[in-house]
Ligand binder design. Structure first.
Ligand code: ZN
Length: 372
């Protein structure tokens, strides 16, 4: 054993450092780099300045040599603290640790570090990595930069990854991805007294009627469902915006945003295409942003190792997304972490301290099995 890390204490230290995605996470990253260095990791710092001139830092740390190995993934940014509670003043009460990020995901991050602290580099046959990204809550920019530029990763990718997002310590082998399809109609604004305008709302209306039919189909047609998930549907949604056009003016621009969630084996690409083709058929502008689902076999070695360590018979699926969507291209991943995702982003966010401590043991067992 190299050094004990008190997981509750470290979580409190991290919660007290503001790191909402809108601001720089340099301070918390410097602190994390200091702790990682102290527990025997080589630390790589990757940074960029975002569109608001905020420095965003992602850390990749490595302990031990050899091929393959295991990476424990977290993010250091949080959503804003919100009103009505002391978001950045961590508080222990009745076995719960309260504070912004306690559950999503400074607590889980602290647990991975406490587990890693139990191993000396010379005890490891395969390397152990810890990665902490910026901007997970807005666009995964830190993760993308890391995958492209980390020298530690490019010198030898880990074979396995654990994304430590809160799953109440139940291994997750698949989660949904998603698509956002922006459809725009352009008209001509004019006062209705002239009757010279062209309403973008009328231009987009026939398309919207077809979307209403498509929504019914997505709810009934098994082709677009996967019953491994709850709910099994792609949760097709529509919002409309004509930018507050007054009733006596024709709309110059109307924007519809169609959203749907991606699942494996549920014809996600085909569903997106149905929307896009319909929009083009009505001469509307289309812009699509999509991200496929994360899915690995429930029998994959990393999922099985997670199940053994956590004492869970069978891994599950969840409806929320994680950066595993990006990592799966490079290594075999599972999502497994302490805390309940229902706590994430809430006012009064908390994590159970006993579960945090248990997570440390589970991660340590996985390190033992996969790196020693
Ligand atoms: Zn998270």
């Amino acid at each position: 054993m190299t050094e004990e890390i008190d997981v509750a204490k470290l979580t409190q230290d991290l919660v007290a450092m503001p790191s909402e995605s809108q601001r720089s996470n340099a301070e918390i990253s410097d602190f994390l780099a200091f702790v990682l260095d102290r527990i025997g990791f080589e630390v790589e710092r990757l940074a960029f300045f975002d569109e608001n001139e905020q420095e965003k830092v992602t850390l990749v740390a490595k302990k031990g040599n050899g091929p393959g190995g295991l990476c424990l993934f977290s993010h250091s940014d949080t959503v804003p603290g919100g009103e009505g509670w002391e978001a950045l003043n961590p508080r222990l009460d009745g076995g719960k640790l309260y504070g912004r990020g306690s559950c999503d995901m400074k607590g889980p991050l602290a647990a991975t570090m406490a587990a890693a602290a139990r191993f000396r580099a010379d005890e490891l046959q395969r390397p152990l990595f810890i990665a902490v990204t910026s901007d997970e809550e807005q666009g995964y920019h830190g993760a993308r930069l890391m995958l492209k530029e980390s020298q530690l990763f490019h010198a030898g990718w880990p074979e396995f990854g654990v994304v430590a997002e809160p799953t109440q310590m139940i291994p997750v082998y698949a989660h949904k991805g998603g698509a956002r399809i922006q459809v725009t109609a352009r008209g001509v604004a004019a006062h209705t007294s002239t009757d010279k305008g062209v309403s973008a709302n009328f231009l987009i209306a026939p398309f919207l009627a077809e979307m209403a039919e498509l929504a019914k189909r997505f709810r009934q047609d098994e082709t677009f469902m996967n019953h491994e998930f709850d709910p099994p549907t792609n949760a097709f949604n529509l919002t409309i915006n004509d930018f507050d056009t007054k009733p006596n003016v024709t709309a110059a621009r109307t924007e519809a945003i169609l959203g749907l969630r991606a699942m494996p084996n549920a014809h996600f690409d085909e569903a997106v295409q149905l929307v896009e083709e319909c929009a083009r058929a009505h001469n509307l502008e289309v812009e699509t942003y999509k991200m496929g689902p994360f899915a690995v076999s429930p029998d994959a070695p990393i999922v099985q190792a997670a199940c053994r360590a956590a004492g869970i018979a069978r891994a599950v699926t969840v409806p929320f997304g994680t950066e595993a969507i990006l990592y799966k291209e490079f290594m075999q991943c599972v999502v497994l972490g302490p805390g309940n995702i229902e706590q994430a982003h809430t006012i009064g966010e908390w994590i159970d301290v006993a579960e945090l401590a248990r997570a440390v043991d589970v991660y340590a067992q996985m390190i033992e099995e996969l790196c020693q």
